[in-house]
Every structure is written in structure tokens, then in C-alpha cells.
Design a binder for this molecule. Structure first.
Ligand SMILES: NC(=O)c1ccc[n+]([C@@H]2O[C@H](COP(=O)([O-])OP(=O)(O)OC[C@H]3O[C@@H](n4cnc5c(N)ncnc54)[C@H](OP(=O)(O)O)[C@@H]3O)[C@@H](O)[C@H]2O)c1
Length: 322
């Protein structure tokens, strides 16, 4: 797998990222088990074996247990730390003020969250920190203060965002000295809004699209690395039972299977290849923990390179139900 310089700022990250959200197991208050650490380690090994060197976390994933599991893996293999790109997120509080969840981009929350992540991961720096979901009460100057402190102390190298619009990126950046280098959003054959937003101008269809205007073009021209969560659509097009799903999903699953067979590759490689053919050079953040499914993603980049325009549009039109 070829590595890409994340936003040309010099971090050589793999084109695929392993999402570590499920590493910790349940989201309840149970403690991390050795069994989960073992399963997580098998997922990390499978990822490394296909050339993945970037791992995606968040402070809240399984209430911190996912980062803790990764920390245990790093403890067993300390040399791994300098060979990988480690990303985490902050900005969602699971239980602040007794509420189920809230967003919090206050200076103190950001600083405390990073300290917690570093402690659980057992490392003294994050390569990338993302603000997880927009906080309506955010103050760019406060974010800038936290980021400056984290950068000066060496705790975080680069900063980015997740689930944000062009306007929100610009709003936050006005107070920052460094550019935001990543935006992570849901994109893929199961969530087409990122393409629909591009083609909807002057069309009556598309009232129900939830994607920031011009985000794809903005990200490309401003060198913001786009990352896709949900790129395997939770298995909808790669083998999960879809008998109860819409006709579009069933037809797309069939088309993905046919293409995989014709090209002697896996369904995962076709679904991811479709996403990776987009010229924004999107980094899919795959969320499977199954080593065989991770291995099945190996051929994705090659399939992207070989996919014809016609095949790309056939998949897109089928997935949108045309
Ligand atoms: N920024 C955000 O707001 C945000 C939100 C959500 C997620 N994320 C990140 O993105 C990563 C990936 O997200 P995601 O989990 O939605 O992505 P995904 O890769 O589309 O889905 C992965 C899930 O689908 C299941 N799956 C895959 N293929 C399957 C198949 N053939 N049959 C049955 N199940 C199958 C996996 O189970 P198995 O493990 O059993 O394969 C896993 O539960 C997360 O880990 C996290 O790092 C970010």
C-alpha cells in the first residue's frame, strides 16, 4: 500500500486507516478484558500486515476502553509507537451535567481529554487530534489556546476536525496559527451525500442531502485530508444479510459481488476502491475487527486505480437507486 503525506505536512500515513472504536467491547461501565485486548491485537496485526499504519481513536470510544486496549498493545510492542500514525478525538462528553451527551470545545475540556487519551494509550504524543463534532458554544480563541498549549508541550503534532462544514473549518481556523489538516465524515457507497452534494446544483432532486456545500472542492484546494468513517457501510455491500434492506441496497450488494468476482478480488476492495477513486484521495477508516475482513481490504487501492469511470458511475447510480 502506498503511503500519503497527510495534507503534505509530512506524516506518511497509509491510505487505509483502522478505526479502533470497537476495541474496548461494550459501551457500558464494565472493565476492559484480556479477551478484548487479544482481539484488538489480532486486528492491529492484520492491519499492519496489509500496510495500514494509521489508527483512529476517540476519547469516548467504549468509554475509554478502546484507547486502553491499544495502550496494552503498545505496552507489549513499544517499538510500534514510532512506526504508526496515532489519531484521537475529543469534544464529546458522554455524561456531562448528568446529560446523555454534550459537545465541549472549551479549553479545559480539550486539555483534560488529551491527557486522558495519552494516559490510556500509554504514549506521550498524538500525531493528530480531531475535534469530534461541532460544539455550538465553541469559541475559536479558546480552541486556539488549547491547541497552542498542546503543540508547545509536544502532546499533539497536528490538528483536524470531524463532521464539520466549510464554514466551521474557516471559523475555527481564523484563530489558529496552524491549518486544520483533517476532516473526518461519513462517506461511502452507503452514504452518498458527499457525491450528491456535488451533482445537485440546479437539480430538483437532492433536498434531503446532509453535506456541507462545496466541502469536497474546498478540501481539495486547501489540502484538507478527508477521512471516511462507515466506508464499509457496516457490511451492507460486502456480505451481510441484506434481505430486509431496500432494493437499492440489495442491487448494489449484488453488483459489488459481481464486480469482485469478475476482477478476482474481494467485495471489500470494490466498495473501498469506489470511495478511493474519488480524486480527493479520501482515506477510508475501516471499522472491522475481523482479521479476515481486514485482509480482504488489501486490494482496495489497486481496485481504485483500475476502476473505470463507467464502473464508478454504475456503482454510484445503483446505490442511489437509479
Ligand atoms: N468521526 C465520527 O463521528 C465517527 C463515527 C463513527 C465511526 N468513526 C470511526 O470510523 C471507524 C469505522 O466506522 P464504522 O464502524 O461505521 O465503519 P465500517 O467499516 O463501515 O463498519 C464496520 C462494522 O461493520 C461490520 N462489518 C463489516 N463487514 C461486515 C460483513 N461482511 N458482515 C457483517 N458485519 C460486517 C464490522 O463488524 P466486524 O468487526 O465483525 O467485521 C463492524 O462492526 C470507527 O472505528 C471509528 O474509528 C468515526
Amino acid at each position: 500500500m502506498k503511503n500519503i503525506p497527510l495534507n503534505t505536512h509530512g506524516i506518511p500515513a497509509s491510505r487505509l486507516v483502522l478505526g479502533c472504536m470497537p476495541f474496548g467491547g461494550d459501551w457500558d461501565r464494565s472493565t476492559l478484558t484480556d479477551e478484548r485486548v487479544k482481539l484488538s491485537e489480532q486486528a492491529v496485526d492484520a492491519a499492519l500486515s496489509i500496510g495500514i499504519n494509521m489508527f483512529d481513536h476517540a476519547d469516548i470510544y467504549t468509554r475509554g476502553k478502546s484507547e486502553e486496549a491499544f495502550g496494552r498493545i503498545l505496552q507489549n510492542k513499544p517499538s510500534l509507537r514510532s512506526e504508526i500514525v496515532l489519531q484521537s478525538k475529543c469534544g464529546i462528553g458522554l455524561e456531562g451535567y448528568g446529560l446523555p451527551s454534550l459537545f465541549d470545545f472549551s479549553r479545559d475540556h480539550i486539555l483534560e481529554s488529551v491527557d486522558g487519551s495519552l494516559q490510556r494509550l500509554g504514549t506521550d504524543y498524538l500525531d493528530v487530534l480531531l475535534l469530534h463534532r461541532p460544539d455550538p458554544l465553541m469559541e475559536p480563541e479558546e480552541i486556539a489556546e488549547a491547541f497552542a498549549k498542546l503543540k508547545a508541550s509536544g502532546k499533539v503534532r497536528y490538528f483536524g476536525v470531524s463532521n464539520m462544514s466549510v464554514a466551521q473549518i474557516r471559523f475555527i481556523e481564523q484563530a489558529l496559527t496552524d491549518q486544520l489538516i483533517v476532516n473526518q465524515l461519513e462517506m461511502g457507497l452507503g452514504r452518498l451525500d458527499f457525491v450528491e452534494e456535488t451533482v445537485r446544483v440546479n437539480q430538483t432532486r437532492g433536498a434531503n442531502i446532509h453535506f456541507s456545500d462545496g466541502l469536497m472542492e474546498y478540501s481539495r484546494s486547501e489540502n484538507v485530508q478527508l477521512q471516511a468513517w462507515g466506508p464499509l457501510a457496516q457490511g451492507k455491500f460486502t456480505g451481510r444479510d441484506v434481505s430486509g434492506e431496500s432494493e437499492a441496497v440489495r442491487k448494489t450488494a449484488k453488483l459489488v459481488a459481481t464486480m469482485a468476482e469478475e476482477r478476482q478480488t474481494t467485495r471489500e476492495a470494490i466498495a473501498l476502491g469506489w470511495l478511493m477513486k474519488h480524486p480527493a484521495k479520501i482515506q477510508p477508516v475501516i471499522g472491522t475487527m475481523n482479521p479476515e475482513r481486514i485482509e480482504a481490504c488489501r486490494d482496495a487501492e489497486q481496485q481504485a486505480e483500475q476502476m473505470s469511470r463507467e464502473d464508478w458511475y454504475r456503482l454510484y447510480m445503483t446505490a442511489r437507486g437509479d
